[in-house]
Structure formats: structure tokens, C-alpha cells
Design a protein around this ligand. Structure first.
Ligand SMILES: Nc1ncnc2c1ncn2[C@@H]1O[C@H](COP(=O)(O)OP(=O)(O)OP(=O)(O)O)[C@@H](O)[C@H]1O
Length: 599
């Protein structure tokens, strides 16, 4: 069963080579034959030399010298050649696998990213692919040399004396059995260790992305303890693995010591009774040592291969993750039409089967209108955006864009119709120009500058040391929150999609930054159909229509004045926010007065 599984996984590993499989096997076996041939021929050379010492027959000496010369010549010419062939295949394959992992990562459905920690994925791109590379480049090569020298040595033993060869083979079978017994549990520990390393990477990732929060809340000890815990678990598994390996090696040594000792004693007795010659005994001892070494290495390489196969199978699993379909979910209403630019009709949706996060939501935004989406935290506002972006299909109900059901579009088309500006403006590592151009990759330099001017970003960009070529740093860390937002808005302006989804930033910007961001947003919204999630209700006071959400339902809708007159949830929320704003203004005034009087 173990051997079957091992073979299945090895074949799976080889299947990745696809068209390069033959070249890889040729290189591997060619290199293996070169190295194994030298090892296997050495006992015959020793036999000839020993017999020459006894008989003084010069033909034996000549044969020994020619055999050695041919073998070493083969090794020095052919081995580097074959080694180059298979190493090249491995390098190309690993680059390709990394690319496949990366490409799959970018094409997975949205819920994959929400369900999996980025550290786990980093671990697959890093640790697991390195383990896979080890399997191709090192362990399979060692395995091929071991197996070839094992086969050669066993055949050599039979050529010397078949009866002794049978006894030695039985000992070898026992060693192989013990090795496979150990390898199973080492594999289990290897699997666990890979998972724990993944958790360690997740925690390291959290540490790096959350560094400002860690410093602010003095969480060093907490996060270090979490990382140490993951690290200690890896260490404990590594110790267990080391313990098993030690036991395996000890057992192997014991078996081989007994067989080697027995071989020497019985061999000398047979030589003294002239059943076999001294040359044959010397060659058999050599072959016995080779077989011993091969089995010891076989144990080690199978153990190491277990860890690599565990890594490889995680990569294989990842590459089997279903991709996001190119088409949006098909529905029977594909040919229906509606007058609105954007519409949700009785939409029901839940992230899992247990609860509905949206429970029959209906809303519409007409061409050129601005609609606000407000409500308590967790009421489902961002979920509405995710459905409009095609990240998730609804359980029931219909969504329309530009008068057509979303099912009439491909996902790429849906996303080309929409510009989405999230709360946290994300910038990629690279220059400011690159970041703006992501809105439209064909845009000229003039277009980029025009969009930046419209987003009130041009002036501050020109004040930076390298202007548009300034590096943004990881996630835009070298820029302020307001600057990041204006660059993200310039990107959206460049995209020029007819529908705009905005998630208003809740992060406190200073009054000046906020002013410029508002100006940039006004430029972005011009002539667009806009749906904006508003956390400060004052931002949607001028909206054509406001939808108030609560627990996955739209509970009120209308213009600001109408909703205030209705005196329901919206009016209540508005009053609460006004009181809060007034209280904040008073306390900031008091603070300023205290500072003035203190000076
Ligand atoms: N990926 C997810 N998996 C499971 N549940 C989720 C997921 N995302 C959101 N939810 C749940 O769905 C509900 C609605 O979340 P949503 O983010 O849409 O609310 P929201 O109104 O935008 O809240 P906020 O104003 O705080 O951003 C919440 O109960 C939330 O816990």
C-alpha cells in the first residue's frame, strides 16, 4: 500500500514534466547510470587486483586498469552532460509551476481569498514549491543512483556466487521492510510540519501587515507569542521526525552489522575450505557494502522524499482549485430588459447556507443618478457591492447593469462597466504613474496627467522628488491616506466606466485632505451612475435617492428630505450623527482654547 502510494505520487510528480518527461528521465537515468556504473564496477576491479596479487597474471591487472579508465572517462564526460539535461528540465518546470500557481491565484473565485489566509498561499508559493524542486533535482536523482547501483550490485553478487547473493538479498528485503514501516510515520509528521509551517507564514504575514497596529497597541508580546507557538510546533515535529530518522538509521545499522559480520566469518571459512576464491570474497564484501549503503541511503531519501511529496501534493491540490468561471451565472431572465442603469430585484444571498445576509433587496439607480446606501454596520451594504462586481452570484433574485441582466455579460464585461473605489485605496508596489495607468493600460502619459489633474492629485505628485516616477512603497506606504485615495480616484477616472461604486472612506482624513478627496470624487462622479456606501450621512444628503439597509433588507428609501420627514431609522441615524459631530466640534474647540490659554 505504502509503495503503491509512493509510486502513484512519483508518477504524478513526473506527469508535471509533460513534454519534458522523456528528456528529464533520460538525463536522470543517464546521470544515474554513469555514477552507478563506477560503483558497481569497483568490486570487479578489486577482485581482479586481489586475484592478480595471488596469481601474478598480468591480464587481470590490465583488465582492472582498463575497467577503471573506461568507467572514470564515462563518468567525467557523460555525467555532466546528462546532469545538464535534467537540471535544465527541472529549472524550466519549477519556473512554470510558480507561474501556474500565480496564474491560478489570480483567477480563483472571490470567496477563496476570503476563506484562505494569504500566508497559507505564500507558503505554497514558497516552501512547497521549493520542496517540490528538491524532489526533482536531488531526491529523484539520488533515488535513481541508489536503485541502479543496487540492481547492478545485486546482479554482480549473483555473478560472483548465487547462494550468498540469495542470503544477502533476504537481509536486504528485511531492511527495505523496516524502512517502509518508518517512512509512513515520517510522512505523517512531514505533512503536519508543512501545515505548521504554513501557519507560521500566516502569522509572519499578519505581523508584517499589522505592524503599525502592533506598535500602537503594544502587541509585540502577543504576536511574538503566536509566532513562537507556531515555530515551536514546527520544531517539535522536526524533533519527532529526527527521532524517527535516528531510530531508522540505528535499526538499519544493526541489520547491516549482523549481515556484514556474518558474511565475513562465513566468507573466510569458505575461502579456507577453497569453496570460493579470496578475490570473490573481496568483491562480495565490496558489493555487500554497496548494498548496505544503498539501503541506508534509500531509507534517508525515501524519508526526505516523503516531506517533498507532502509539499508537492499541497501544490497539486492548489492547482486543482476550481477557477472563477468566465461567464456570470446563467439565468432564465437573460433576455429581459429594464430601464435602469443599475438594479437589484428581490436579491437573496448568504455567504453560507445557514443565514441570508441579503434578504430580498431591491434597489435601482437611473442613468446619471447618484444613490446612497446607508445603514448599520453589518446590514449588508458591502455585500451588495460584491454582488454587483460579480464576486458572488445571488441565491435568488436578479441584478441588472445598463438595462440588461448580469447573466447577459461575461465577468470581464461586468468589471469593465464598473469602477469600484474601495474604502482602503490599494496601491501596488511601483511608480505613481504605473498605479494610475492600471485604470487603462493603453493610456498615454497625457491621459494619465489629465486624470491626475481631474483627481486633484497632479500638484502634490509634482511636488514629490520623482514626480510621477515616485515609488509608492508597499501598499502605498510612502504616501498619506488622502494622497493614496486621490491616486486611486485618478485610476478610476482613467478607467472611465459608466457605473461607479464607491465605498466611502471612514478613516479620518484631516479637513484639507478630505476637502481635496471630495473634490476628486465630485470630478469622478460627473456624468456617471453612482452607488455610494455612505458612513457619514452628510455625504449623501444631495443624493437622488438613499436606500437604508438593516439586517439584509432595504427598510426605507427616498431623498434626504423625504426620509427626514418620514422620521424613521434614517432620521434617527442622521440625528445621532449630527449630535456626535457637534460634540466633536465642541471638544475640539475646547482643546484649541485650552492650548491657546496654556501658551
Ligand atoms: N466573506 C464573508 N463570509 C461570511 N460572512 C460574511 C463575509 N463578509 C461579510 N459577512 C457577513 O455578512 C454580513 C454583512 O456584511 P457587510 O460587510 O455586507 O456589511 P456592511 O453593511 O457593509 O457593514 P460595514 O458598514 O460595517 O462595512 C455581516 O454579518 C458579515 O459578518
Amino acid at each position: 500500500m505504502f509503495i503503491q502510494n509512493l509510486m502513484r505520487e512519483l508518477l504524478q510528480l513526473l506527469s508535471f514534466m509533460k513534454s519534458k518527461k522523456r528528456a528529464y528521465i533520460l538525463g536522470l537515468v543517464g546521470d544515474g547510470i554513469g555514477q552507478a556504473a563506477v560503483l558497481v564496477s569497483l568490486p570487479f576491479v578489486f577482485k581482479d587486483l586481489t586475484d592478480f596479487a595471488n596469481t601474478k597474471d598480468p591480464a587481470l591487472l590490465t583488465r582492472a586498469i582498463i575497467t577503471m579508465a573506461v568507467m572514470f572517462l564515462l563518468l567525467s564526460i557523460l555525467s555532466p552532460f546528462f546532469s545538464y539535461i535534467y537540471r535544465r528540465c527541472v529549472r524550466e518546470l519549477i519556473v512554470n509551476i510558480r507561474l501556474q500557481v500565480y496564474q491560478r491565484l489570480s483567477k480563483l473565485p472571490f470567496d477563496y481569498y476570503e476563506q484562505h489566509h494569504s500566508g497559507d498561499t505564500m507558503s505554497r508559493l514558497g516552501n512547497d514549491v521549493v520542496l517540490m524542486e528538491n524532489a526533482y533535482a536531488e531526491q529523484l536523482k539520488t533515488l535513481s543512483i541508489i536503485l541502479l547501483s543496487l540492481i547492478g550490485s545485486i546482479l554482480g553478487m549473483f555473478a560472483m556466487d548465487w547462494k550468498i547473493a540469495v542470503v544477502l538479498l533476504l537481509v536486504s528485503a528485511l531492511t527495505l521492510y523496516v524502512n517502509t514501516l518508518f517512512a509512513k510515520s515520517v510522512r505523517r509528521i512531514g505533512d503536519r510540519m508543512q501545515q505548521q509551517m504554513g501557519i507560521g507564514t500566516e502569522r509572519l504575514n499578519d505581523f508584517l501587515s499589522g505592524l503599525p497596529i502592533i506598535k500602537m497597541f503594544h502587541l509585540h508580546n502577543v504576536v511574538t507569542a503566536r509566532y513562537t507557538e507556531a515555530n515551536e510546533e514546527v520544531a517539535s515535529s522536526a524533533i519527532k521526525q529526527g527521532h524517527k530518522q535516528g531510530l531508522l538509521e540505528g535499526t538499519n545499522f544493526f541489520i547491516q552489522f549482523v549481515s556484514f559480520g556474518g558474511m565475513l566469518v562465513f566468507g573466510i571459512m569458505m575461502v579456507s575450505k577453497q569453496i570460493i576464491g579470496l578475490g570473490v570474497l573481496v568483491a562480495l564484501v565490496q558489493q555487500q557494502m554497496l548494498v548496505t549503503l544503498a539501503f541506508l541511503q534509500l531509507g534517508q531519501v525515501i524519508t526526505a522524499l516523503q516531506s517533498s511529496l507532502a509539499g508537492a501534493s499541497r501544490v497539486v491540490d492548489f492547482l486543482k482549485e476550481p477557477l472563477e468561471p468566465e461567464e456570470y451565472q446563467k439565468s432564465s431572465d437573460k433576455h429581459q430588459h429594464c430601464e435602469s442603469m443599475l438594479k437589484l430585484e428581490q436579491v437573496v444571498f448568504g455567504y453560507n447556507d445557514a443565514t441570508n445576509v441579503l434578504d430580498g433587496v431591491s434597489l435601482r439607480v437611473e442613468q446619471g443618478q447618484m444613490a446612497g446606501l446607508v445603514g448599520t454596520s453589518g446590514s449588508g451594504k458591502s455585500t451588495v457591492m460584491k454582488l454587483l462586481l460579480g464576486y458572488y452570484p445571488p441565491v435568488s433574485g436578479s441584478l441588472y447593469l445598463l438595462g440588461k441582466p448580469m447573466g447577459a455579460y461575461s465577468l470581464a464585461e461586468i468589471r469593465s462597466l464598473i469602477s469600484y473605489v474601495p474604502q482602503d485605496a490599494f496601491l501596488f508596489e511601483g511608480t505613481i504613474e504605473d498605479n494610475i495607468r492600471y485604470g487603462c493600460l493603453d493610456a498615454s502619459e497625457e491621459d494619465v496627467i489629465k486624470a491626475s489633474k481631474a483627481a486633484y492629485a497632479h500638484d502634490f505628485i509634482m511636488e514629490l522628488s520623482d514626480g510621477y516616477q515616485t515609488k509608492t512603497g508597499e501598499r502605498g506606504a510612502k504616501l498619506s491616506g488622502g494622497q493614496r485615495q486621490r491616486i486611486a480616484i485618478a485610476r478610476a477616472i482613467l478607467k472611465n466606466a459608466p457605473i461607479l461604486l464607491l465605498d466611502e472612506a471612514t478613516s479620518a482624513l484631516d479637513a484639507e485632505s478630505e476637502y481635496w478627496v471630495q473634490q476628486a470624487l465630485a470630478a469622478l462622479m460627473k456624468d456617471k451612475t453612482v452607488l455610494v456606501i455612505a458612513h457619514r450621512l452628510s455625504t449623501v444628503e444631495d443624493a437622488d435617492v438613499i436606500y437604508v439597509m438593516d439586517q439584509g433588507k432595504v427598510i426605507e428609501q427616498g431623498a434626504h428630505v423625504e426620509l427626514m420627514q418620514y422620521n424613521g431609522t434614517y432620521a434617527n441615524l442622521y440625528e445621532v450623527q449630527q449630535r456626535k459631530d457637534r460634540a466633536e466640534q465642541v471638544s475640539s474647540l475646547e482643546l484649541t482654547e485650552r492650548r491657546v490659554s496654556a501658551t
